[in-house]
Design a protein around this ligand. Structure first.
Ligand code: FAD
Length: 239
């Protein structure tokens, strides 16, 4: 197997067109390839600058989960910190988690940040939403979002090989008009449900709105959601 290590997006596009299979830390693909055979070419983005950024409003697709620190919003680093074991986090990447894994612990966090994905196909680079990333699994160069005012994350304890544990993630965004938008995501099994509650500074009652959404019906969710939303509302700027 030839491992391509592009240093520019154009090189990455050429390798993709030439049939190179994307690879992150190989935590998922290695066992499959050992069993079924290795592809002729694989491509890692670990030397591509655009895929290695870490900042308050961006995260590269080749970033290894253990490198995700307080440069990114709390919800995302908390999500990364709960993936698998230390050994998995030291190898697994953002792209491998969002595009390649079934659990996708980063997905609820990315959804409440309203992240947009930058992806590469043989036609070039374009921006898309996370639904396309999970459905079509294009090569993920990175994520971008607007920094939230505050965010929160909870993952229930789970058993290896059992049902995916419940995840509750929330983020509070404040618009230029002073109105707040509270985004919530709940992982129920392999499905992630999302909801948005908007409110003005005079009527901070996003829980009333969230109560009417399917998120409230997921067993074990409501108390966690109430706790997170109450904390985030208290963190919102007041006039
Ligand atoms: C012991 C163990 C425990 C785990 N626990 C959790 C958990 O708690 N929560 C959780 O979410 N996950 C968990 N996982 C799954 C883990 O998230 C994945 O193994 C990991 O994220 C895959 O990342 P990788 O970089 O190693 O991907 P790889 O194994 O290299 O690739 C996996 C797939 O993703 C594709 N891919 C890789 N990079 C990109 C990219 N940039 N763009 C598009 N496609 C790409 C590959 O082509 C391949 O199809 C666990 C895994 C293990 C082994």
């Amino acid at each position: 197997m030839l491992v391509r290590l592009p240093k520019t997006v154009e090189q990455a596009r050429e390798h993709l067109t030439g049939g190179a299979v994307p690879i992150g830390g190989a935590t998922l693909v290695w066992a499959t390839w050992q069993r079924d055979g290795f592809p002729e070419q694989a491509m890692s983005l670990r030397e591509l600058p655009q895929a290695n950024v870490i900042g308050p409003e961006e995260l590269g697709g080749a970033v290894v989960l253990s490198r995700i620190d307080d440069r990114v919003p709390y919800v995302l680093r908390a999500a990364a910190g709960t993936v698998g074991t230390g050994a998995v986090r030291r190898a697994a990447t953002v792209g491998g988690n969002l595009a390649g894994s079934a659990l996708r612990c980063l997905l609820p966090a990315a959804l409440v940040l309203e992240a947009r994905a930058t992806v590469l196909t043989s036609h070039g680079v374009y921006e898309t939403d996370l639904a396309e990333v999970t459905a079509k699994r294009p090569l993920l160069l990175g994520l971008r979002w607007t920094a939230p005012v505050a965010s929160a994350y909870h993952k229930a304890p789970g058993e290896a090989g059992g049902e995916p544990p419940l995840v509750v993630a929330t983020a509070l965004h404040t618009g230029a008009d002073g109105r707040h938008r509270l985004r919530a995501a709940v992982r129920d099994g392999y499905e992630v449900l999302t909801a948005t509650a908007t409110y003005g500074p005079d009527a901070p009652r996003p829980l009333d709105e969230l109560r009417e959404t399917p998120l409230a019906d997921v067993p074990g969710t409501w108390d966690l959601l109430t706790e997170q939303v109450t904390t985030l509302v208290a963190a919102a700027p007041h006039d």
